[in-house]
Design a binder for this molecule. Structure first.
Ligand code: G3P
Length: 192
């Protein structure tokens, strides 16, 4: 059962909503525009705020739904919940449909954490909003949100496994944002 749920989580996570929505809304490949990322930020740059918001919601849902299903089918098994959430996140970052070249995982992590550690997800979303409003840089917002989520999860997680997952997702986000981090350090990061 768990193996099937992990596979389902990965396959759900690997649905490239950013590519699909941008192609549908603007008829272009989001991977060839802006930052080249398939996430909601770049979709908003390329196809407008409504398309970006749609991708944010869909990318979060594809993380949240497999975890919700696992909670229903395997209650009281936090390692199963964490495994499926991680699979969805990795599906987004390494999608089989895009030759394993996917996105940075922020919205999908948000969806997973909303289900497992809601206060951490909400803290991250709030910090993202403030940082983007002030600095106008989505990557800085995402990384700051990750720190806020990890700290909040350490204090509020219902199971230690959920706090561990928050840290693991943040570690992966440091990797997926490695080029953004380089640009932030060189002060050449693109604005939202
Ligand atoms: O969620 C991705 C965001 O943190 C950075 O996106 O397109 O500015 O590299 P981008």
């Amino acid at each position: 059962m768990l193996a099937a749920l992990i596979l389902l989580g990965y396959l759900a996570g690997s649905i490239p909503f950013g590519v699909l929505v941008t192609r549908w809304a603007r008829g272009v490949d989001v991977r060839a525009e802006g930052s080249g990322n398939i996430g909601a930020t770049n979709v908003a740059r390329v196809a407008g705020k409504k398309a970006g918001a749609l991708v944010l919601g869909l990318d979060a849902l594809k993380g949240a739904l497999p975890v919700l299903l696992t909670l229903q089918l395997m209650p009281g098994e936090p390692r199963a919940h964490v495994s499926v959430g991680l699979a969805a996140f990795l599906g987004h970052c390494f999608p089989v449909w895009l030759k394993l070249r996917g996105g940075k995982g922020v919205a999908t992590a948000l969806g997973v954490l909303l289900v497992l550690v809601p206060w951490a997800a909400l803290a991250g979303a709030a910090v993202y909003g403030v940082v983007v409003k002030v600095a106008r840089m989505s990557s800085l917002g995402s990384l700051s949100a990750g720190v806020a989520a990890v700290v909040t999860a350490a204090f509020t997680a219902a199971a230690p496994e959920y706090a561990f997952l928050s840290g693991l997702l943040f570690a992966f986000m440091l990797w997926t944002h490695r080029e953004n981090i380089g640009r932030l350090l060189r002060r050449t990061e693109r604005r939202f």
